[in-house]
Design a binder for this molecule. Structure first.
Ligand code: HAM
Length: 431
């Protein structure tokens, strides 16, 4: 039978020797989001297609071109989530979380699926860490959410990441702005890509983030939303900036940021780096005051962001940020004979119960090969158990780095004494 050894284009494997890098950044994200009062939400990887069509928006690239949509055997149209916001909003609505008190603060780790053209930093399956906050219209919440993203990026040790913010207004200011955009882009009708032509009537703001280079050039001269903000949106944006200033968070206002998803209102922001080429946006987010209503709920002004984990790891690599290696195996028990195997098995579980990594031979290797393996996995200490050790009920634990040996009884005190040894003599650990 032919081997199936090729992953699907635009997907990536995370192998056992790389996963500590993911865990490192995920732990920081968990800690920081907890510090800001967010608790994790987990939602299904697929949802009714309608959720994304309505939530993310019919005229977005994501919905028009990039969704993995299929009919189930029951004839339902479902879609692999292209992002985390719509699913989280659906869950908030479905479980009426607003009854538990506002604001609702949720964080998540999700895999996302977009049928985009794969390139460095752009995948078809990628992973996001995100947070969403529901039930606040205060600009303080905008600033707080941005500060949380900044804290995560700071703790990851990233330099050269800039924060760009903008306000894209509310439906009131958007109406006037859309008129101005229609008037502007109508002059270039013969040069616009077919998708943008269809967007011109329905949602002209989408023309501003078209990926076609020609349309992008035309978009550069388009009217700017910041000149069309209503008083309320202008004030809100002013307050967000004031809070960011007071927290010492550096930003630039970039009036061309409109984001690629339709639900945004008022504040939008992106954290961007030049370290990894064209796909340099590591985090994007903003306010979406109308989404919950759009999905059938009541008015629940909300906001959030998501960061791309693959992109963050790329930036950390590009910038030479060191990710601490996990502690290797603390104890390898090499065995000779059946009695030793049984003894090892009982010792191991006790050592492991002390929170240490411990291993023994499970493939039937000879002693030399077992010791070679212990070396290969970087075991800090090793012990050889044979008939003599079992008979005497004691064995020598060897520091694999210095060769120094410490005799320990093979009784109930072994695990605890070994644990103390690892704490007092760190020279054995090669990290
Ligand atoms: P987004 O800007 O589409 O926003 O994605 C957020 C982040 O996910 C991007 O900044 C990027 O780091 C990463 N990302 C997006 N597409 C890809 C891809 N094809 N390959 C690798 N990484 C990618 C959202 O998804 C919104 N739901 C964010 C949000 C949450 N807004 C409010 N709440």
């Amino acid at each position: 039978m032919a081997l199936i050894t090729k992953k699907i284009k635009g997907t990536e494997d995370v192998l056992p020797k790389q996963s500590y890098r993911w865990q490192f950044i995920e732990n920081i994200m968990r800690e920081e989001s907890r510090a800001y009062g967010f608790r994790e939400i987990r939602t299904p990887v697929f949802e009714h297609t309608e959720l994304f069509a309505r939530g993310v928006g019919q005229t977005t690239d994501v919905v028009q071109k990039e969704m993995y949509t299929f009919d189930t055997k029951g004839g339902e149209s479902v879609t692999l989530r292209p992002e985390g916001t719509a699913g989280a909003a659906r869950a908030v609505l479905e479980h009426a979380l607003e009854n538990e008190g506002l604001p609702i603060k949720a964080s998540y780790f999700v895999s996302c699926y977009r049928y985009e053209k794969p390139q460095a930093g752009r995948l078809r399956e990628f992973h996001q860490f995100g947070i969403e906050e529901y039930g606040t219209q205060s600009p303080l919440a905008d600033a707080e959410v941005i500060c949380l993203a900044q804290s995560v990026l700071d703790r990851l040790g990233l330099g050269d990441v800039r924060l760009e913010i903008n306000s894209i207004g509310c439906p009131t200011c958007r109406a006037k702005y859309n008129e101005a955009l229609r008037a502007y882009f109508s002059q270039y009708q013969d040069q616009l890509c077919p998708t943008c032509l269809t967007r011109l009537e329905k949602n002209p703001m989408r023309l501003l983030d078209c990926k076609s280079p020609e349309d992008h050039k035309i978009a550069e001269g388009a009217p700017k939303i910041t000149d069309y903000l209503c008083e309320e949106c202008e004030d809100h944006f002013g307050e967000v900036k004031r809070y960011l200033d007071s927290a010492g968070v550096a930003y630039t206002v970039n009036p061309t940021i409109v984001r690629g998803l339709d639900y945004y209102t008022k504040t939008v922001f992106e954290f961007i780096t030049d370290s990894i080429g064209a796909q340099g946006t590591v985090c994007g987010g903003g306010r979406y005051d109308g989404l919950i209503e759009e999905l059938g709920g009541k008015h629940l002004p909300s906001l959030g962001f998501a960061m791309g984990l693959e992109r963050l790891l790329m930036v950390m690599d590009a910038q030479g940020v060191e990710i601490p290696q996990p502690e290797p195996c603390a104890l390898y028990i090499a065995t000779m004979g059946d009695a030793a195997k049984v003894k090892a098995f009982s010792l191991l579980s006790r050592v492991r119960a002390c929170g240490l990594t411990a291993e023994t031979d499970v493939v039937g290797r000879g002693l030399r090969a077992q010791m070679k393996y212990a070396d290969k996995i970087g075991a800090a200490y090793s012990v050889v158990l044979g008939d003599n050790e079992i008979a005497e009920n004691k064995a020598k634990v060897k520091n694999m780095n210095s060769g120094e040996q410490t005799e320990l009884a093979l009784d109930d005190t072994f695990a605890e004494k070994f644990s103390v040894l690892t704490l007092t003599d760190k020279t054995a650990f090669k990290i």
